[in-house]
Design a binder for this molecule. Sequence first.
Ligand SMILES: *Cc1c(COP(=O)(O)O)cnc(C)c1O
Length: 399
Amino acid sequence: MSTVDNFKERTESLLFSTYGRYPIAVKQGLGSRIHDYDGKEYIDLLAGIAVTGIGHCHPEITETLTAQAGKLVHVSNLFYQQEQLELAQSLLGTAHFGKAFFCNSGAEANEAAFKLARRYQQRVQNRDAYEIISFEGCFHGRTLATVAATGQERFQDGFAPMPEGFKQIAWGDAALLEASISPRTAAVILEMVQGEGGIRAVSKEFAQSVARICKDRGVLFIADEVQAGMGRTGAWWAFQHFGIEPDIMTTAKALANGLPMGAMLGTNEVARGFVTGSHATTFGAGALVSAAARKVLEIITRDKLVERAGSLGAWAMDRFRQVAQKLPHSIREVRGMGLMIGIELTFPGKKVWERLIERGFILNLTQERVLRLLPALNIPREDLELFAQALEQVLTEQA
Ligand SMILES: *Cc1c(COP(=O)(O)O)cnc(C)c1O
């Protein structure tokens, strides 16, 4: 039995079968390279689904974790902690928000945002508003409330009834949003670049319309930056490309470079919605994850990785468009923002994806036809060049 078949068999017998897994058993990683148990090396263009934003086992993060693990790991949020404050200060320094709430995942950050939006409307504004509006093609998580907001049949199948108070409307239509807001609407949640939805960026015009409509109607604007945030698009937060200031933002994936951490940031005004006891989490912002996340922010800033994501992403998209020009019958479109890149094929891409995996490139296939790249912000440019060459070869063979 091959190594990976052995892993498959043990995984099927021991774990709930919730995941379709890639045929790779990962042993170790460093930077943008990972190795399987047979010693094969891969170029990682997925970074744990936009999580290891500064690469696997970054030596300075390892050093920070090692030192912090010998000092303090967790005491709960019943205590004051320096690591948490330093992280909050760094994180708030990246945007216009006034306060942070830390949790452990993207879904939890969105749950916190929904709760804050409702409580702010009901207790601060004295409005009987609770409804959250989301957009088609979005992804906000897998808890019941976030699955209700995500609104896709395949994520809701068998889980009825869904929590009430969620409404989904077509993506990119400002007039429809205007018409869909009622006195019951508490907030609107938007990804500036839909990740799971196939790397679809909103237009500047639409982003600005959402911000303006929300403001005019007294509805809170939540930016879901769980995937697009932390510098990936060439700005700390994708909404910053559009000159808008959402009331609430959520982030998670790349925040602690692989340790579970989520955050909700809000303006000082909306922060009035939570008082002592309103919301809580046992693990949120423990000393260990906080120290790691703070170091991540320090490294991204020091190494100018936000700027790098913007320029390297532009270079990579140009390069992939050269491939597309040679193979117009295979590639429909190359799109994205910074190092959040989608290559849409003209046909279902499972075979192409398999060939690329065989050749040692890790990437994701989303929406059946979109090759999704979410590499570390410090990936060597040569690795993206190698991928461009492999993509051209694989598509030529397939044609
Ligand atoms: C991944 C993701 C989430 C959910 O994050 P989890 O950590 O898996 O709960 C929410 N929103 C967006 C945009 C995401 O990409």
